[in-house]
Design a protein. Structure first.
Lengths: 113, 117
């Protein structure tokens, strides 16, 4: 099965700075990589995703990059705001089946005002 | 957009009792639903894949006789934690893939906080 590693586990940045979270996956067949933001006691919310046929995707202050050769993908948040503080999870999905995803271990992001 | 609900949102029970958690897709049909368990400060761990009209598929290490899953209709899956113990206390979240709507998105329920005393 798929295995996803995520770093760092915690990240503190000053408001306005950028934050980068990195993930690696084990199965080169994975073809879909979503990123979720989860606030305490809430459900995960999809913030951005990327398919394996794309190298980069951007949505306002959030971007994701994918390096299929290295099996790495990263989340970039620019101009961070206090409301960006949450736990972020990357995930990877193998093709076929029922769209089952494997989650990374999570990164707790703290944006300091 | 697609909505998934869970009931109850939280439950407290005594050790040894059973607890049933419902997961409903409100405005779409879900032949498949996923059940996750999330311990404090940890990631979501997939417990099982629930399939409408057939047996659930459990992940390695998850006791199928302890975590009973029933997916009797296209909009409802239930997870029953049998003979619950304090170590079963956790946040249980269901999700439904957007297969029926030709989307990659997974739709998560709001979660159920289970506390076993």
């Amino acid at each position: 099965g798929e295995n996803v590693e995520q770093h760092p586990s915690t990240l503190s940045v000053q408001e306005g700075d950028s934050a980068v979270i990195k993930c690696t996956y084990s199965d080169s067949a994975s073809n879909y990589f979503p990123w979720y933001k989860q606030e305490l006691g809430k459900r995960p919310q999809l913030i951005i995703d990327i398919r394996s046929n794309v190298g980069e995707k951007k949505d306002q202050r959030i971007a994701v990059t994918l390096n299929k050769t290295a099996k790495h993908f990263s989340l970039h948040i620019t101009e961070t705001q206090p409301e960006d503080s949450a736990v972020y999870f990357c995930a990877a999905r193998l093709p076929g089946g029922y769209q089952k995803v494997t989650f990374g271990t999570g990164t707790k992001l703290q944006v300091i005002p | 957009g697609a909505v998934v609900s869970q009931h109850p949102s939280w439950v407290i029970c005594k050790s040894g009792t059973s607890v049933k958690i419902e997961c409903r897709s409100l405005d779409f049909q879900a032949t498949t639903m996923f059940w996750y368990r999330q311990f404090p400060k940890q990631s979501l761990m997939l417990m099982a894949t629930s399939n409408e009209g057939s047996k659930a598929t459990y992940e390695q290490g998850v006791e199928k006789d302890k975590f009973l899953i029933n997916h009797a209709s296209l909009t409802l899956s239930t997870l029953t934690v049998t003979s619950a113990h304090p170590e079963d206390s956790s946040f249980y979240i269901c999700s439904a893939p957007g297969l029926a709507m030709a989307t990659d998105t997974q739709y998560f329920g709001p979660g159920t906080r289970l506390t076993v005393l």
